[in-house]
Design a protein around this ligand. Structure first.
Ligand code: G1P
Length: 310
């Protein structure tokens, strides 16, 4: 599949990271020393994508500046022989094309995608939800593009989640299972109540969709959470006779869209980074000792209290 353009919806307020996101776009919060959206673009480029449409809103101008040259800074670094500090981002700027489209009102993920309709003619959409960073041997989006080309259909990424978590995701009902990782979708439901979820296969932030999704999103009613939902648009594609497959991506998914997930991602990435792995491991071992000590003290204190109350 040659004709693929990426869409990255990055227009949300990022309320879970307030007050930081009052001025810093959530997508620029760092995982170690690179903004989270940097990892997304790398995955796109490594999946063979060159064109990136980023949906932005007020207060997101810094994303545009990040993916652009900065001559004064580059000259200064050159003088001090420190150009390597920008080498990662310079490569991206030289390789990829960026188009920014403003979503005037935040009416939901489906609406954000629909906002990009004029930037597409016949290309397929490779949608990346930037909260989800996926690591693994083969880039996540490359895996989806491969399935979409082979099966000539829409493909969404899914992963198994616990029963208690299904109401936080879009969930699929399976029509047919082709292999341990590949399914044909019968129905999609956005954030179903736990007792109404048709499976525990949750949609995660990667999709390859036909451009017909724009028509499917047109005139869609407000859905779950009072928002225009992409999941409902894909359900419309199904109702219009298009095939939708779900694929369990091979790799690890990090949810950087919530502070706890973002923290865990930083720890995991630091443990895997040769610059920091030794030190961070040492630090975690020290913490572990402190925690055991604290637990011991708490238990001892509790025992003493129990004895006093007898
Ligand atoms: C969005 C999608 C949902 C999907 C989830 C994955 O929800 O609407 O279908 O399961 O991303 O992270 P959000 O997390 O934006 O509420």
């Amino acid at each position: 599949m040659n004709n693929v353009k990426a869409i990255i919806p990055a227009a949300g307020f990022g309320t879970r990271f307030l007050p930081s996101t009052k001025t810093i776009p959530k997508e620029l919060l760092p995982i170690i020393d690179k903004p989270s959206i940097h990892y997304i673009i790398e995955e796109g480029i490594n999946s063979g994508i060159k064109d990136f449409v980023i949906i932005t809103s007020k207060n997101k101008k810094n994303i545009e500046d990040y993916f652009d040259f900065y001559p004064e800074l580059e000259d200064m670094l050159k003088t001090h022989k420190k150009e390597h500090l920008l080498s990662n981002i310079s490569k991206i700027i030289k390789t990829a094309n960026f188009l920014y489209i403003r979503q005037k009102e935040q009416l939901g993920l489906g609406h954000a995608i629909w906002t990009a309709r004029k930037a597409f003619s016949k290309e397929h959409l490779a949608i990346f939800l930037p909260d989800d960073i996926i690591t693994g041997t083969i880039p996540g989006m490359a895996q989806l593009i491969k399935v979409a080309s082979q099966e000539k259909c829409n493909v969404i990424a899914v992963q198994e989640v616990s029963k208690e978590e299904v109401n936080r995701y879009g969930v699929i009902a399976i029509r047919r299972q082709f292999s341990p990782n590949l399914f044909q979708v019968k129905e999609l439901i956005e954030k179903p109540p736990i007792n109404k979820a048709p499976s525990n296969l949750a949609i995660i932030g990667r999709y390859v969709l036909s451009p017909n999704i724009f028509d499917s999103l047109e005139n869609l009613k407000f859905g779950s959470g009072g928002e225009i939902q992409l999941t409902d648009g894909i359900q419309n594609l199904l109702l219009n006779g298009e095939k939708v497959f779900a694929y369990k991506i091979q790799g690890k998914r990090y949810d950087t869209g919530v502070p706890l997930g973002w923290l865990k991602t930083n720890i995991d990435f630091a443990l895997k980074d040769p610059r920091y792995s030794k030190e961070i491991m040492k630090y975690l071992c020290e913490l572990d000792k402190d925690i055991l000590l604290m637990q011991g003290q708490t238990e001892a204190l509790q025992k003493r209290k129990n004895i006093q109350t007898i």
